[in-house]
Design a protein around this ligand. Structure first.
Ligand code: TEU
Length: 556
């Protein structure tokens, strides 16, 4: 396999609103990011992805863009953005911008014009259907709850919004829309950004005829639609390739077959894709708002299937546990008690970094940040959480039950400010943070992690370095171990005679683990307990959340 440079990168995701506030207004900013460049460099990542920073009414924290080619003054200025970009480049870090092209804010001037009349030139920038007031054209549901259609009196029509009603879906069938989108992408590419993360990009191709979905919420009609690949090829040819842009597509409810097509090199579409299937194994009946413990066997199966399936067809995965839409992984698939938080966070980190793909690390994950301790619904900011809290009760759940579901599943779990140190507001701001700081910041913070060689931070630093020193982690084939121990996940990465073996105990109990495919163990690359384990041959007892990464050779 020929390795492209970007395939060995590790990426760090910044949610700027919660990253670091330099001016004390409670809202993170560009200056705050600039202050932390040495910290990012120390971690060893090659690229940062920053979620949207354009002007926005913030109904969905910037995923509702009102002006594509500008910077929200709450974050700073375009000049400061350019300075940030230069300073990152000076230390060898690339910048990936988030581009939200499925929808705009209804405050965007295009929508403001479009809603005036059916004859307005911008009208056809959006997706309209007639309907009777009070009776939306289809029964499709918004991802944030409720109907995905909103009525516009002036034109006596409904517009489509797959997300919040202030996020109107763009009509990609209109060539004028695609031409504007290319102008936007060119603007940022010319400025020197290195990558694009394309928000829900597999939802951009809608059907021509809108029908009720009698089997679900409508997603089967607009997910991975028939024109997505055509549109991506167009962007690739005119923007991504000429400017050498690294791309990752966020794929909502996608399929592996689709992700293979989006990412296999000869298709010239995207470099890699995010999918979410592995983050739904704790959804009871597939419903995010119904809680259950995670199903480890489903998780292992999904990770393995995506490794094998993508690899077989030269697709490329973006690997991640956390982002700004997900609860903290250590509170979810790990164990956030004092006893096991660090050990389990390291175990999850190692399992992910051993896989083939490009790892994405989300701010705070490198110090093992947890879900906060929510006390009241008033503490939440996220539009989805607030909508769901009401909807769940309307569906008959008690307020205590709805609160428990939202507390566990809210996107705000991942959005609380980064815990930098033990000073007030965790050193995030000198003012009042826009979202509360988790109360455990005096114990869990960056300063504490940096002061201790065995911290989660340095564990990540080692994992990131291993991707550079061990090409097998990039190229190696994936082979899952067939083992009876259901609480262990074990797999090999194999390139030629070299094997990198990963084993991990996902529980707080010791498990005896035996393997049937022997290798000559040469070296322990990393473990989360003290000591060298190369003397194990075939059988060992893994302590709670114990994980190891070994290097060896195939026994012939
Ligand atoms: O998210 C897309 C998406 O579908 C989810 O992860 C979403 O948060 C989930 O389905 C809700 O249950 C992207 C962004 O990452 C997210 O922050 C935005 O809100 C969304 O698109 C709309 O732009």
């Amino acid at each position: 396999m020929q390795i492209e440079e970007w395939q060995s990168y590790s990426v760090y995701q910044i949610y700027p609103k919660s990253f670091n506030d330099a001016n004390g207004d409670g809202f993170g900013d560009i200056e705050g990011i600039r202050e932390k460049i040495p910290y990012l460099k120390k971690l060893g990542i090659e690229m940062i992805w920053i979620t949207p920073m354009q002007p926005s009414p913030q109904k969905d924290n910037g995923y509702d863009i009102a002006d594509y080619c500008a910077i929200n003054p709450q974050y700073g200025t375009l000049l400061e953005f350019k300075q940030l970009l230069n300073e990152l480049h000076e230390v060898g870090i690339k910048l990936m911008m988030d581009v939200v092209l499925n929808h705009t804010s209804t405050e965007h001037q295009w929508f403001q014009a479009a809603k005036q009349s059916r004859s307005n030139p911008f009208h056809d920038f959006y997706i309209w259907q007639e309907g009777v007031p009070g009776q939306p054209p289809t029964n499709w549901e918004s991802k944030f709850g409720g109907s995905s259609w909103a009525y516009n009196e002036a034109t006596a029509e409904y517009y489509l919004h797959l997300f919040d009603k202030t996020q109107a879906d763009l009509n990609w069938r209109n060539p004028a829309v695609r031409s504007e989108i290319k102008k936007i992408l060119r603007f940022w590419a010319e400025l020197g950004v290195d990558g694009f993360r394309l928000d829900v990009i597999n939802l951009i191709s809608k059907p021509e005829v809108f029908l009720d979905d009698n089997q679900g919420d409508g997603r089967r009609f607009y997910t991975d639609g028939d024109q997505v690949e055509t549109y991506l090829k167009e962007l690739n040819e005119e923007i991504f390739r000429p400017y050498g842009i690294i791309t990752v597509g966020e794929m909502s409810s996608t399929s592996m077959a689709a992700c293979i097509e989006y990412t296999k090199p000869e298709n010239n579409e995207l470099n890699m894709t995010f999918n979410f299937h592995h983050l739904k194994v704790d959804y009871k009946n597939g419903d995010k708002w119904q809680l259950m413990p995670m199903d480890l066997s489903a998780l292992k199966q999904l990770l393995s299937d995506w490794q094998n399936g993508m690899q077989a067809k030269q697709g490329w995965n973006a690997l991640f546990w956390c982002n700004h839409d997900q609860p903290r992984i250590v509170s979810r698939y790990g164990n956030d008690t004092d006893e096991y938080r660090e050990t389990s966070a390291k175990m999850l980190a190692l399992v992910l970094h051993g896989l083939q793909g490009t790892p994405y690390l989300y701010q705070g994950e490198e110090i093992g940040m947890t879900n906060p301790d929510w006390r009241s619904i008033d503490e939440f900011e996220d539009v989805e959480s607030l909508n769901q809290f009401k909807l769940l009760q309307a569906q008959g759940r008690t307020s205590a039950d709805a609160f428990a579901a939202v507390s566990a599943r809210s996107r705000d779990n991942g959005r609380t400010p980064v815990q930098w140190n033990e000073s007030q507001q965790a050193g995030f701001t000198t003012g009042k943070p826009w979202l509360k700081v988790a109360s455990n910041y005096t114990k869990i913070n960056v300063a504490e992690c940096l002061s201790r060689a065995d911290s989660i931070f340095y564990f990540y630093q080692k994992l990131i370095a291993l991707r550079k020193s061990e090409p097998t982690l990039i190229t190696g084939g994936f082979v899952r171990h067939d083992q009876p121990e259901e609480n262990v996940f074990a797999y090999d990465r194999i390139a030629g005679a070299e094997v990198i073996r990963v084993v991990a105990n996902f529980t707080d109990q010791p498990v005896v683990f035996e393997w049937t495919n022997p290798i000559h163990l040469a070296e322990t690359l990393l473990t989360n307990y003290e000591g060298d384990a190369t003397n194990y041959q075939g059988k060992l007892t893994l302590r709670p959340y114990e994980t190891m990464m070994w290097k060896g050779t195939v026994v012939v």
